[in-house]
Design a protein. Structure first.
Lengths: 288, 407
C-alpha cells in the first residue's frame, strides 16, 4: 500500500515544526508496517502527551492518545485484555523516562508484547524547550539558563537492565536502518524498545547552537556508529547504533494465558492448584 | 413499624430477603463474607472480566479475590506498578470491549484522579472502588472514614459530572456494584463505589441472586457496518454513544483533549462548549434515574437522619430504637451520592422539624443537604472524625440536644 493509506489525511498538515525529526520517524514506522504487510485493524497505537505523542492521531490504526507518561500503562491494559492486538507506543524522552519512567521499567520487566519507541530529541518541545532526563549535563534549556547539571539516562542500558527482550537504537538520519530495526521490533514477541535520536531545531538546536535541521541530522550521522563497526572501535565516544538485545523470553500475555488454563482446570476439578515453578525462574537458572 | 425501601417492597433485614431463605435459594448462594468480597461477587455477577489494581488497605481483599476468580472464568487480573497505572490499564482494557474495575483507598484514590478525568473526557465505561479510610494523606489505613465524598465529586480537575454509589450492608454492596457496572455502560462513564472500611471488612450474610434476577446492561456496540463512517463521539437521539471495540473494523481516535465526533482533538470553541455540556448533561439530566436511596421508618418522621455507608447502620439502629419509644425518627439512606439527589432530599425533608446528617467526616454531605433543603438552619451534623464508627449513642446525644431534652 502507499504510505498515504496508513495516515488520516483529514488531519494533515501535522502540527510539528519545520525540520522536526518526528515526521521522518513516522514515515519510517509506516514503511515498516507496510513492509510487514500488517492489518491496520490489528494495530493499536497508544501514546502519551508531547510532540511525539501526536503521532497516534495521524495514523489510520486504532489510536489511543492518553495522559503524559502513562501510554505504556494504557497499552498494558489494551494488550492484556486482547493479546491478538499489536501495540505500538511512540513516546518522547520526557514522556517515556521522566513522568513515565516507572511505567517504562515495569512494562519492560513484565516483557509484555509492546513495541515502545522513544523519540529522543533531548528536550520538552511542546512546552517550549525545557530540559529532559535525556538532555544530559551542560545543555541549555528554558529551565536551564545556566546549563543543566543533571545526568541523563542511557535508554539502552536502562531498558536492558529493566528486562526488555529487544533493545535497539537508531536515528532520524538513518532512515533505512530505522525501518529495518522497527520491523524487527514490531515482529519481536516481548517488550521491545527502540530509541530513535530525533532533532528539535526549534528548541534544542537553537538553544544549544546545533544549527538548523540539516545540521542536526549531520550531528546524528557524525556522533553515532554501528555496533561492531571499525568507527566505534576507533572512537568509543561515539553513540552506538543497532540491535543490542534480541532474546526469546516468556511473554507476559502468553504466561497469563497459562495461568487462565490452570485456574480453569483447578476450578472445574474442584482440586486446589498445584504449585508450579515459575518459567521465568527456570530460564534464568539455565542462562546462568 | 415498617421499614420501607423505595425501589421495591422488600423489608430491610440487613438486606436479606427473609421469606426466600428457605424458599428456592441454593445453599451455595448463601455466603458469610466481608463487604469487599460482596463487592467482588457483585462485580462478577455484572460481568467484570478485567481488573488492574495495586495493594492498599482496606481494599486489598478485592484484588486478592479477583486474582483468583478472574482467570477461573477466562478473565484477566494484573497487579500494576501503582494506582495510576491500574486506572490507565482498566481504561485501555475497557476499549477492547471488556467490563473493567479497579479498587483502592485514600492515597490510591488520589493517584487515580488524573486518569479518572480521562475516562470522563473520553467516555470510557469503568468502575472504581474506593474503600474509604482515614485521611488526609496516609491517615489511618486500618480505620474507617467517609472523608472522600467530595474528592469523588471534584477530585479530578475541570468541570465534569460523576456517578458515585454507596451501600451500608453486603446485600446492597452486591447490588450497587452490579448497578455501578450497569450505569457505567449506560452512560459511558466512570462510576465510583464509595464504600468504607467498616463495610469493607465487616462480615455478614450475602445471598447471591440467581442469574437473571438482577438486570445486566451490556456494552452497546455500534451497528454501523464496515466501510461506513462511524462517529464514536456522536450521541444517538437517546444520548447514548454506541462503542466499537479496539480491534474491530472501525478505527478511530480516543483522546483526553477536547475532541470532535471522530475523536480528533479540537479547540474549536463550539466543539469545546458542546462536549462539556454533553459530559455534564448526560448525567445531571438523569439524576432521577440514577438516584438510589432507602427509607427506614421515614413515614411522618419529625426528625430525619440522612446517612449512608456504615454510619447509616447506626442511624437505622437509633431510629428503630426511638420509634419503639414512640418518637417519630426516621432515616433517609442515600445509596447514590453523586449526582446529588437534591430534589428527592428536599421533598423528603420538607416537613421535618430537623434534619441530622450522620456521617464520618466534617460535613461533606451535610453541606449538600443544606444547599438543597428549604430551611438550611434546621440541618445538623452528627459526625465522628476519630476514625471510629459512629454509634447510635453519638447520634442520640445530638438529637436530644436538638429536641431541647439535654443529654
Amino acid at each position: 500500500m502507499a504510505i498515504k493509506d496508513y495516515i488520516r489525511q483529514r488531519y494533515f498538515p501535522q502540527m510539528w515544526c519545520p525540520g522536526c525529526g518526528h515526521g521522518i520517524i513516522l514515515n519510517s514506522l509506516l514503511r515498516a508496517v507496510d513492509e510487514l504487510g500488517l492489518d491496520k485493524n490489528g494495530i493499536v497505537m497508544t501514546s502519551g502527551i508531547g510532540c511525539s505523542a501526536r503521532i497516534s492521531g495521524y495514523v489510520d490504526f486504532h489510536s489511543l492518545h492518553t495522559l503524559h507518561g502513562r501510554a505504556l500503562a494504557f497499552a498494558t491494559g489494551v494488550k492484556l485484555s486482547k493479546p491478538e492486538l499489536r501495540l505500538i507506543v511512540p513516546m518522547g524522552d520526557g514522556d517515556a523516562l521522566a513522568i513515565g519512567g516507572n511505567h517504562f521499567i515495569h512494562a519492560a520487566r513484565r516483557n509484555i508484547d509492546i513495541t515502545a519507541i522513544v523519540m529522543n530529541n533531548r528536550i520538552y518541545g511542546m512546552t517550549g524547550g525545557q530540559y529532559s532526563p535525556l538532555s544530559g549535563p551542560g545543555k541549555k534549556a528554558t529551565t536551564a539558563p545556566y546549563t543543566t547539571i543533571d545526568n541523563q539516562f542511557d535508554v539502552v542500558d536502562l531498558s536492558i537492565a529493566a528486562g526488555a527482550s529487544f533493545v535497539a537504537r537508531s536515528t532520524a538520519y538513518h532512515v533505512l536502518e530505522c525501518i529495518d530495526i522497527l520491523k524487527k521490533a514490531i515482529q519481536h514477541k516481548g517488550f521491545s524498545v527502540v530509541e530513535i535520536l530525533s532533532q528539535c531545531p526549534t528548541h534544542y538546536g537553537r538553544k544549544n547552537k546545533e544549527g538548523d535541521a540539516a545540521q542536526m541530522l549531520e550531528v546524528q550521522k557524525n556522533t553515532t556508529a554501528k555496533l561492531g563497526s571499525k568507527a566505534l572501535e576507533n572512537d568509543p565516544t561515539l553513540i552506538p547504533r543497532g540491535i543490542f538485545v534480541d532474546i526469546d523470553a516468556p511473554e507476559y500475555c502468553e504466561e497469563y494465558d497459562k495461568i487462565v488454563q490452570r485456574a480453569m482446570k483447578a476450578s472445574q476439578s474442584g482440586k486446589p492448584e498445584e504449585p508450579l515453578v515459575n518459567p521465568l525462574i527456570q530460564q534464568s537458572c539455565v542462562t546462568q | 413499624m415498617t421499614d420501607n425501601i423505595n425501589s421495591n417492597s422488600v423489608n430491610d433485614n440487613n438486606g436479606i430477603k427473609p421469606n426466600n431463605i428457605n424458599n428456592g435459594i441454593k445453599a451455595n448462594n448463601i455466603k458469610f463474607i466481608q463487604g469487599n468480597e460482596a463487592c467482588v461477587e457483585g462485580a462478577l455477577y455484572a460481568g467484570v472480566d478485567f481488573f488492574a489494581g495495586y495493594p492498599i488497605t482496606p481494599s486489598t481483599e478485592i484484588a486478592e479475590l479477583l486474582s483468583k476468580k478472574l482467570p477461573e472464568k477466562g478473565g484477566k487480573f494484573i497487579q500494576m506498578e501503582d494506582e495510576i497505572a491500574s486506572m490507565c490499564a482498566i481504561i485501555g482494557a475497557s476499549l477492547t470491549g471488556h467490563k473493567v474495575m479497579t479498587a483502592t483507598s485514600g492515597p490510591g484514590f488520589s493517584l487515580k484522579q488524573e486518569a479518572l478525568g480521562y475516562a470522563c473526557m473520553a467516555e470510557i465505561p469503568c468502575v472504581i472502588v474506593n474503600v474509604q479510610r482515614g485521611g488526609p494523606s496516609t491517615g489511618n489505613p486500618t480505620h474507617v472514614s467517609q472523608g472522600d465524598i467530595n474528592q469523588a465529586r471534584w477530585g479530578t480537575h475541570g468541570d465534569h459530572a460523576i456517578i458515585a454509589l454507596t451501600a451500608s450492608n453486603h446485600q446492597d454492596v452486591f447490588e450497587v456494584t452490579v448497578d455501578a457496572f450497569n450505569l457505567a455502560e449506560t452512560y459511558r462513564t466512570p462510576v465510583i463505589l464509595l464504600f468504607d472500611e467498616v463495610v469493607g471488612h465487616m462480615r455478614e450474610k450475602l445471598i447471591i441472586p440467581e442469574k437473571g434476577e438482577l438486570p445486566i446492561v451490556d456494552r452497546l456496540r455500534t451497528s454501523v457496518r464496515k466501510g461506513v463512517d462511524y462517529h464514536p463521539y456522536l450521541p444517538r437521539e437517546d444520548g447514548r454513544l454506541p462503542m466499537s471495540d479496539f480491534g474491530a473494523e472501525h478505527r478511530y481516535n480516543v483522546t483526553g483533549l477536547f475532541h470532535d465526533m471522530w475523536g480528533f482533538p479540537s479547540n474549536n470553541p463550539q466543539v469545546v462548549r458542546e462536549l462539556l455540556h454533553h459530559l455534564v448533561d448526560k448525567i445531571e439530566n438523569n439524576v432521577h434515574t440514577i438516584t438510589r436511596y432507602k427509607e427506614h421508618y421515614l413515614e411522618g418522621a419529625d426528625y430525619i437522619l440522612i446517612s449512608y455507608g456504615s454510619s447509616a447502620r447506626s442511624a437505622i439502629h437509633m431510629a428503630k430504637n426511638r420509634r419503639e419509644r414512640g418518637e417519630k425518627v426516621g432515616v433517609l439512606e442515600l445509596q447514590s451520592i453523586w449526582p446529588f439527589p437534591e430534589v428527592m432530599v428536599r421533598e423528603k425533608c420538607a416537613n421535618a422539624k430537623a434534619v441530622i446528617v450522620v456521617e464520618m467526616n466534617m460535613g461533606q454531605v451535610m453541606r449538600e443537604v443544606k444547599a438543597c433543603v428549604d430551611n438550611p438552619s434546621k440541618v445538623f451534623l452528627a459526625n465522628r472524625i476519630d476514625n471510629k464508627l459512629i454509634n447510635p449513642t453519638n447520634i442520640k446525644t445530638l438529637l436530644r440536644i436538638i429536641q431541647g431534652r439535654g443529654v
